[in-house]
Design a protein around this ligand. Structure first.
Ligand code: TYD
Length: 218
């Protein structure tokens, strides 16, 4: 596969979506236009699944939740990710399969081998080339999601989970990163947005130069 697949992960309020937006516009300025996508919701049917999944008024059984995230991903892989990667694009996704390991595996408590089976089925074995894991304490992330919801919208169905749920998710993400240090780079987001963004840019530039998507001069 000629393209490059990058994912951004982290607990809610970790700052990953802000960092992704800034990183994508930086890469565009550098002459490398990434395809920016997300899970859940990276396809037309996925947008409908996303709305259902995140509706805080909806009572969703954990197994239903696991399978709908998987369904969203199956469509995303086959309809968006693989075709773009086959064309040679740089693809950046706001969340991917590590989120299922962290949220449905550690958060909801599903058996790791069931999670692996479902992830493998949905992804068809497509693994990111690089993952940036945005890490911050649950206290800080909760402050951020609360501020955000006061400023514009309602908290979604995952945001309203208790802090021990988010603790389990955070620890699971850190454990995945420890197990796969070559693929996953952990980025502390407790400092200012600009400082985090500098770190993100450095990692992306080195990685994309190494894969021939960015020139090494200039
Ligand atoms: P996200 O788009 O990051 O939320 P926001 O737009 O509020 O920043 O993710 C939506 C939620 O879905 C988030 O709480 C994590 C959750 N999620 C899972 O539980 N499992 C998954 O496999 C994925 C992709 C997301």
């Amino acid at each position: 596969m000629a393209g490059t697949f990058i994912t951004f992960e982290g607990i809610d309020g970790s700052g990953k979506s802000t960092q992704l937006r800034l990183a994508a516009s930086f890469l565009r300025e550098q002459g490398c236009t990434p395809l920016v996508t997300r899970e859940p919701g990276g396809t037309t049917i996925g947008l409908r699944l996303r709305a259902a999944l995140l509706d805080a008024t909806e009572e969703v059984d954990p197994l239903t939740e696991l399978l709908v995230f998987a369904a969203d991903r199956a469509q995303h892989v086959r309809g968006v990710l693989r075709p773009a990667l086959e064309k040679g694009d740089v693809v950046i996704s706001d969340r991917y399969a590590d989120a299922t390991v962290a949220y449905q595996g550690a958060g909801r408590g599903f058996d790791p081998s069931l999670i692996t089976q479902i992830v493998t089925l949905a992804t068809d074995g497509l693994v990111p080339d690089l993952t940036l894991l945005f890490d911050v304490s649950v206290n800080e992330s909760t402050n951020r999601t609360t501020r955000r919801s006061n400023a514009r919208n309602q908290l979604d169905r995952m945001d309203i989970e208790h802090s021990d749920f988010h603790q389990r998710v955070r620890q699971a993400y850190l454990k995945i990163a420890e197990a796969e240090p070559n693929r996953i780079k952990v980025i502390d987001t407790s400092g200012p947005v600009e400082r985090t963004q500098e770190r993100v840019r450095k990692i992306l530039v080195t990685f994309l130069q190494g894969r021939g998507h960015l020139s090494t001069t200039g």
